[in-house]
Design a protein around this ligand. Structure first.
Ligand code: SF4
Ligand code: SF4
Length: 230
């Protein structure tokens, strides 16, 4: 899932300083699961924001709350469209994709992010989320026994560990597992250590996010005559 974190209330308060009727919009998907921008968090942030506005001397500002199932899909945004007309600005508690989808859908209305989108990851333990995938567009974890060295190795080493691996931990922090220790352990458990002796090819970064906007185009899913948006 996409993992996000809440922005601090003063930052959100300052973003809306020119607006009086604010709609705070939650998203019922990834950011609900990571406890950052679902209905519950909309309630918490809404209450905190109203309090912060009052304390800063701003009177007469309305902050209302609404949550839709998914902010990154037009069909769900339909449920918001009529309501949104009554507000000067929207604060989105969706991920970066959600914020931008709302901004495109409501071109005449300012849309502000209430979250900091962090990464694609998982819930590792109660209250701890960890990055697992950098969405490089060319997945090679089949070569690494299901562990991603691009995301989980600080140096993105594709051919074995650097010299800093100590006691199974990465040299950047003793709280971070060395990805190559994990890869080795898993190879050993699968009785495939010899596979690690091969030299891995350099990674093809042309599919990563270092250039322009990426698209996935599935011709078999496109409707004839309604090709992908430019
Ligand atoms: S190789 Fe690329 S797509 Fe696969 S898990 Fe790693 S970053 Fe994600
Ligand atoms: S210690 Fe391990 S995870 Fe850290 S940079 Fe070196 S090989 Fe990568």
């Amino acid at each position: 899932m996409i993992v996000a974190d809440r922005k601090k209330i003063p930052e959100i308060r300052d973003m809306i300083q020119d607006y009086d009727r604010i709609l705070l919009v939650g998203c019922g998907t990834c950011v609900t699961v990571c406890l950052a921008g679902g209905e519950r968090e909309v309630g918490i942030i809404g209450a905190a924001l109203r309090m912060a506005l009052k304390l800063s001397g701003r009177q007469g500002v309305t902050v209302d709350e609404f949550t839709i199932e998914r902010q990154c899909e037009d069909a769900f945004i339909d449920m918001l469209a009529e309501r949104a007309e009554h507000y000067d600005a929207i604060i989105s508690l969706g991920c970066g994709a959600g914020v931008q989808t709302l901004a495109e859908r409501f071109p005449g209305k300012p849309v502000f992010p209430g979250l900091n989108t962090q990464f694609i990851g998982i819930l590792e333990s109660q209250g701890v989320w960890t990055e697992k995938c950098a969405a490089c567009g060319n997945c090679r974890i089949g070569e690494y026994f299901g562990i991603c060295p691009i995301t989980r190795c600080a140096k993105r080493q594709l051919n074995g560990p650097c010299g800093g691996s100590r006691g199974g931990k990465c040299e950047v922090s003793d709280t971070v597992d060395c990805a190559w220790q994990l890869i080795y352990d898993r190879a050993k458990a699968l009785n495939k250590v010899e596979i690690l002796e091969r030299v891995a090819l350099p990674h093809d970064w042309s599919t990563s996010n270092d250039g322009s906007v990426r698209k996935v185009i599935r011709e078999d899913q496109c409707i004839a005559g309604m090709g992908p948006k430019a």
